[in-house]
Write a protein of this length. Sequence first.
Lengths: 272, 259
Amino acid sequence: MNTVARDPVARGRATALVLGVCVLWPLLQIAEFNPAALFAPGNLATLGGFLSTFLPPATEADFLGLLAAATLDTLAIATVGIALAMLIAVPLALLSTRSLSVGRLDGRLRPFSEAVRLFARGLTLVLRGVPELVWALVFVRIFGLGPAAGVAALAITYGGMLAKVYAEILESTDLTPTRALLAAGSGRLGALGYGLLPVASDELVSYTVYRWECAVRASVVMGFVGAGGLGQLMDQSMKMLNGGEACSILIAFLLLVMAADALSAWLRRQVC
Amino acid sequence: MVAQRLPHRGLLISAGVLAAVVAGVWRLDLVAGFAEGAQSLGELLGFLQRFATPDLSQPFLAKVGQGAIETLAISLIGTLLAVVGGVLFALPASGRFGRPAQAAARFCLNLLRSVPELVWATLTVLAAGLGPFAGTLALALHTAGVLGRLYSEALENAPIAPEAALRGAGSGAVAAFLYGTLPAVAPQWVAYGLYRWEMNIRVAAILGFVGAGGLGAQLYYALSLFHEAQAATLIVAMLLLSLAVDAMSGWLRRRLVAA
């Protein structure tokens, strides 16, 4: 009897480990992974000096006024951005969803409808494929520094995201009433209003509210490229290494995000 | 839940939302803002037109390739660091080392997670200097907060019987965790890590805007200098890179998680 107590998967795991190290090692070099840089005296002094000015947070009256205005701007950018995004998303979703397809009902696919559907899907992919920060940077070139660029960027990216998810929600709900209406000769709009929306509306509203919450965060980040609101203020304070102001802005941001979470949870409870 | 609902809530909420949108448009002076943009509509179209012809010259493509590899490295190393950090925080956050440790770990995780990657990047650029390492750290900090919370939830939901049985049979605490609980949560941990990697490749591509290396640094440069053709190439490269990572992560998920 020659039974060696050996782990049957040991060899595969060892191979995976060696392969992993071989792939990761060059990537570590490319990422300039160097923890020692964190403790270089110059860097430590810069960061330490900056962080030590975080306390106490800035509380001058005129700065707080500026902070409140920027917070309101951020909220407004998120709200208007989502509203415009819905205007973009609803037609795109209706064009790209398969639920309202008559062709799928009788098995004769209409090439024109399929082409429209494909085009709408492609457009959705492009809109949401490019990160909102890139759109914001592009729109800052067009509209100039300020909230208009942020609103436009949010509307485009979130329009694409909402359109995709709306279409998916419309396809994943119970389609029996819609199919029955379409089969009985109802128009597509009637089938949408009386068959599809009554079953899907809760989920649609809930997802939109959730996206609004994400938009609040995103509009802060977009401020860093000059699209107005809290982010722009934070960018300025950080560039001037004004720790007290940066700390106040961070606190305002965290409070805003928490408030947005709470409001969106309350709204979703009201609706669903 | 019904008792909590307002009367006429649909009408009230719709009116509130509409009022908020109108107030937002008024506050941001958007009508004037967009009208200004529309005035320069010809300029806008010309601007977009210059995006239609990406710069495909050989030397520039080589530079983009280098940036793409750098972005890939930032996202992968950042996510791996975050997985390690997430596990280290998740163990106390799931309540294994007592209440005070749990509260402290949860507080740290909340802080790490609430600050967006881009804000972390402005700090890590100060700490580590300009370059991809700062981006890697920024990604790792935010993602560790996200993963730590998900990992601790997975730990709390894992069945306790295997580990308790091993402990009862006289095994040590570490061995009991490794052979009792880890096999139950590992597939979920790996799946969450891969999912965050897919998100992080998109974030890594834009962290360069604040000086943290990768494709984002090149894009920021190209847009600042009005090199629209190069910007278009970079945007396409970002899209392709994130699609490639999606595919790779999907393949890894099927290999590691489903098996």
